[in-house]
Design a protein around this ligand. Sequence first.
Ligand code: GDP
Ligand code: IMO
Ligand code: MG
Length: 432
Amino acid sequence: MSVDVLLGLQWGDEGKGKIVDVLTPEYSVVARFQGGPNAGHTLEFEGIKHVLHTIPSGIFRKETMNIVGNGVVIDPVTLKKEIDALLKMNVEVNKLLFISRKAHVIIPTHRLLDAASEASKGKEKIGSTLRGIGPTYMDKTGRNGLRVGDIEAADFMERYSRLRNKHIELLNHMEFDYSLDELEGPFFEAIEEMRKLNFVDSEYLINTQIRAHRSILAEGAQGSLLDIDFGSYPFVTSSNTITAGACTGLGIAPGKIGKVFGIFKAYCTRVGSGPFPTELHDATGEAIRQAGREFGATTGRPRRCGWLDLPALKYTIMINGVTDLIMTKPDVLSGFDTIQVCTQYKIDGKVIDYMPFDVVNAKIDPVYTPLKGWKKDLTGITKEEDFPAELKSYIQFLESELNVPVSIVSVGPDRVQTIRRELNYKTETVLH
Ligand code: GDP
Ligand code: IMO
Ligand code: MG
């Protein structure tokens, strides 16, 4: 059996958590492959709204195995809070959740280093979630990191102290006030809680599931435009958020990848710093922010809003090998007379439809195609026939531009506000 992947095609917050939760009944296993508590994945069902940071979004379905893969970085304190909240909701976390021994651990000084590094950058700051993500991945690639499996080692405290002391030396050079004691107490409490969880060699576990013909969904975090290699560097996160990240972050061979669900909002948002060619600094941007409740699920920061960007989407569809598109939040655009879609970029008078190298410094003017908006409230719609004609045209326009079918449209935050489209043509990998 192959592994399907669901990941964000923009700058994160596309609605991955909601759609993974919707698709989970079709899968035996849901696995996170990268990122960490910088993610905030929101699920809504039966009047409950829940945000997950580290735990896969399949956790609310009783029969599904949820794996946190080796590519993820785990903050024991955040994980403990997530688990406590789930236990209160009678979720059998200890039965359903499996953690890779090779996943790296975020220790308190990683968070301090993240904060110190951002503070030292001043206006150039990345707008990190300050969850310690960058420093933890730096220690991973720098070959200094602490892994979940180390918690089981007799000399865990020595391994921990070695890394912490290294960080303290760095912090001493950084003019940054901190108090480590108040962070270490909750950290060690959380480490003790973690010992109760199922630590596994997740690459073996997943490949055994594949051989047993059990279906697996890999859940991405962040979005492709935040990818460390292909995002708007340096305004990116520190992991590979793209399909390839599922291979390295879970130990799956590339040939085992099946469908790739690429999820995008009907417009764009970005939280944190960095280029955003279609950003709206006007009343329209504010209207989208309010209608879409565009405030971060992890940090509460207002998200920057703008029109849909097709050169960026074409790029991320190409990099990921997207086979199925999923569009979320068109309901937020109800009421606009005209909806703009960026189809090309103009740089120094030259019109292009690809992602330029220097996306950070280039002065990009988006070239827009205006499309007619729809007035109807979409949130109660349950079948595609009831979509307003203008929304049908919007989707058709996107499919013809992007050359990949939109197989799911989400019209609200709740599980039930999800419409599977009857596709007129077979879903197959489209080569770009
Ligand atoms: P994720 O990080 O990709 O899982 O997305 P977030 O949870 O950070 O942000 C998506 C937000 O949009 C959440 O508040 C969701 O509840 C909400 N949402 C998801 N799909 C839809 C939709 O189709 N319409 C509306 N109005 N809200 C949605
Ligand atoms: P989900 O999974 C949106 C952004 C931060 C910052 C940059 C680097 O919920 O879609 P980091 O803390 O990773 O060093 O921050 O990446 N960022 C996200 N933006 N959604 C996310 O996750 C994000 N995770 C990180 O705002 O600009
Ligand atoms: Mg989010």
